[in-house]
Design a protein around this ligand. Sequence first.
Ligand code: KG4
Ligand code: ZN
Length: 388
Amino acid sequence: MRILAIESSCDETAAAIVEGEIPERAEELEKGKNTKKSKEIEKGEKVKKSGRGSAKLKSNIVVSQIDIFKEYGGVIPEVAARSHLEAVLPVIDKAFSEAGLKLENGKNNWDEIDAVAVTNTPGLLGSLLVGTLTARTMAILHEKPLYAVHHLKSHIFSNWIEAEKLPEFPLISLVISGGHTQIIRMEDEESFEIVGTTLDDAVGECFDKVAKILGLEYPGGPSVSRAGADGDAEKYKLPHPKIEGLDFSFSGLKTAVLRAVQKEAKVPISYPSHELKNLLTEKQVDDFSASFEKTAIEILLEKVKKALKMYPETRSILFAGGVSANENLRKMAEKTLNYASCDIFFPKREFSGDNAGMVGMAAYYEILSGKKPTDPRSLKVIPRSEIA
Ligand code: KG4
Ligand code: ZN
């Protein structure tokens, strides 16, 4: 079974082709025509409960708009939507060609595709509209079932891509991105329970805002990490929020960095924050970066430890989302969670940020579990939502 997946929820335009086995039925399906295959998948009955399966990427194309938004220090939704519009068709064409699915006349070989998957929530409205309208049109035109996939679920499934070992259930996943900070508990591929969430800013957003204060470029995660590598993480003592249970709060940490920078620069709190960077030495920027990064990681891992205590039956701990690319988080997680009798998973670095491979992987498991496709004529886009 092959799935064309499309992702456009924020500032990356991405398309991928994911090829998955349907256990016990693989042989039977290979004999059939692709159109028949699509119809069978659509019904959902035959594939239901057919086993764990396995899938791999045939292509994974990502066009990032980061270079555009570096100039602005953040994403501008209207600009992002326009860029998606320009990139989406070439990106899909490239996904077909890299997967070796071009016809001799150069057209995309749709006979080899059995389903289309797309991110429909959450994300920027204009960005989501471009990806979903493209996917809906293609599904209708080529008569393929359409699967609408939740972006956070896709991030979790990035841990299945090219994994040496697959995660085991029940699992706990820390989804940390520019828009979300959540602890999600899964009993199996299709059950999601949000057991912790941020009450204000997401951790990636906090990295981005701190970077802006320090005069480091967007996106903040990688630039704070780079600056912090030369800094003293003990130099500035930053507070850990006192939040009950498994919820998070990151806006206090961002404000604490702002106040500490103002103090160090000897200016009042009314001083324009975008000018603070001009008052800091390189050493101070490095030390602030290192101290902030260390504190943010400690806050995240404290909650993961708490979650493990609350759910001792957990067999795997997964990290997912753009922030999971963070090198120090990876090191600290291995160190501080090694007492637990469960495996720790991080996605391969190239799959931690937004990509369509993870969308195709999540859709593959939805198909395996017998989920019905969405009617392409009535697919809804939901900018803000939680996993239900
Ligand atoms: O998952 P993602 O690519 O997009 C969203 O769904 O939001 O995450 C983007 C976020 C940004 O806030 C970015 O600063 C952060 O991930 N990020 C990092 C690192 N790489 C990206 N944060 C910390 N360390 C990194 N190495
Ligand atoms: Zn994301």
